[in-house]
Design a binder for this molecule. Sequence first.
Ligand code: ADP
Length: 294
Amino acid sequence: MHKGKDAMGFIKARGLKFEYIQRDVDGNVDGVLTALDKVDLDIQPGQFVAVLGHNGSGKSTLAKHLNMLLQVEEGTLWIDGKDARDSANVWDVRQSAGMVFQNPDNQIVASVVEEDVAFGPENLGVPTGEIWKRVEKSLQSVGMAAYRKHSPNKLSGGQKQRVAIAGVMAMEPKCIVLDEPTAMLDPHGRQEVLEAVEALNQEKGITVILITHNMEEAVHADKAYVMDQGHVVMQGTPREIFSQVETLKNYRLDAPQAALLAHELRKEGLDLPEGILTRQELAEALCRLYDFGG
Ligand code: ADP
């Protein structure tokens, strides 16, 4: 049955399964590890989607499918109307969904920031004049335009990661998949990168898939998936997911700090509403509680 692109959403996965063959030191097969099992995804254009999960839950394996770095073994996956099972679609899919990885140092290829950002569109065969327009635009969109002539080596981790994001943006993808882009950064760098990613989503309408094990980063997402042992075990809005503190604990995950504190206070008998996510919301709920009748 033929379905239109719009009906299908931007990313649609059904029953994705992926296994790694494990070998001993001599190269003999000594086991099979199921890294993805029965994974379904529905991501609409322009959504900000967080994928959460403990180490080893299958997040990276999933991310690599979205960019066709791994080939679909079982199930179906459609990205921007293209069938990811068909290896002929690899370049189209990579053009639609750009990828940013964890380690900023492994993603920098040139010795000057603007050349690094130009590398992607150059490889796509974009004409030179157009490349420089894109480089300028992309560096501006991540707040790094002032560093265009700098050497990437001298930048902080957060700045390098923003340059890597600009490099992906210069290829003008509709979607950007970020695999734990803040894991190696200090809190300041984390904040810089998160703000840049949120701006791309809100101001440019780029679909964002942010893989993270930092719960605070998922608070503003439109939708979150929680993975455990290769399965999607929870999905919903961050508010729906983070109000299930005990369930998250079973998957070795926390909720954001304010949600955890609200949960503890509720257990102590305080009449706080469900679904508190931010410090602001917690503060307001506490004020309401103590102002009541006052
Ligand atoms: P996450 O990103 O959530 O940490 P991964 O997708 O990296 O999870 O890994 C899922 C599982 O697959 C883990 O058990 C991991 O050890 C295993 N795995 C990942 N990559 C490989 C590989 N190249 N070969 C064998 N096993 C792998």
